[in-house]
Design a protein around this ligand. Sequence first.
Ligand code: UDP
Length: 333
Amino acid sequence: MKKQILVVGGCGYIGTHMVKALLDAGYEVLTLDNLSTGHREFLPGGQFVFGDIRDSALLDKVFTGHTINAVMHFAALIEVRESVKLPLKYYQNNVSATINLLDAMARHNVDKFIFSSSAAVYGEPEYIPLDENHPCRPTNPYGRTKLMIEEVLSDTARTGKIKYTALRYFNAAGADNSGTIGENHTPESHLIPLVLQVALGKRDNITIFGSDHDTPDGTCIRDYVHVNDLAQAHLLALKALENGITKAAYNLGTSRGYSVLDVIKTARKITTNTIPARQAEKRQGDPAVLVASSEKAKKELGWHPQYENLDAIIESAWKWHQKQMIPNDATTG
Ligand code: UDP
């Protein structure tokens, strides 16, 4: 019998790619999503339940009505700046709701959990590349919500009630090569989709946040990791949990950094559009460089990211963006 995985937030950007990867790997998938930011029409398949993980009665129904082997949790708010303005919204959505989900899992003896964590748990880097031993001192409520849940998981795992893996994503980017799923946030704040929206004429220009960072070209350097590589890491983490191996947290990045200018130049080349750029002040709290060491995931999970250069990542995103009529929202992040 096929194993069934509950994907919470399966209608979002990373969630849809995960659902596709699980279906391709032969799992049954049940997606639970409140569609606050996700898109039902992009769900690649499997069963769907509309609802919120704060609804305990609904969770009881889901866990009673299905034999769930493991839970993958993608349903979180992700806007750093919004988390500073509306911290309670973030603690409510990302922390309370997740605890509610874990509680329901415990009631129904579902013990495998894969958590979407973030490089934001580290805060300002003390050294690069960041490995998992780097101190965790998040500098904003968003990062703190992710770290809090990692701590909740660690404490709960000690009781034997749960086996978990927390995957700390660096900058998720790109889209599945089918061109049927991809990044679609409203409002959009991420660099690559914004740059491609300029190329599509949806925006006049791209704003470069800060040109005097301590980097070779003065713009911030990030580690862009393809969303399908993230999904593959989840499959490997799931296999490890199924085999009883739990190692807590893993960084997921490519170990290569690209600057904001690198992204713009690569997008100009791929789209053959001039993509006008304008300079602006630094974004508060933006570290100059965030690059992962993913040696642990490579060694222990056997993870081998396929998309190691920016061209391939942006090409896949471009394919998706050209197919979309993304609304021209006014917010530039
Ligand atoms: N960035 C930018 N202009 C934008 C959006 C982002 O210069 O309109 C920069 C941002 O300061 C950061 C990098 O691009 O250095 C990646 O930002 P994004 O919001 O995509 O991800 P983050 O690294 O903040 O999670």
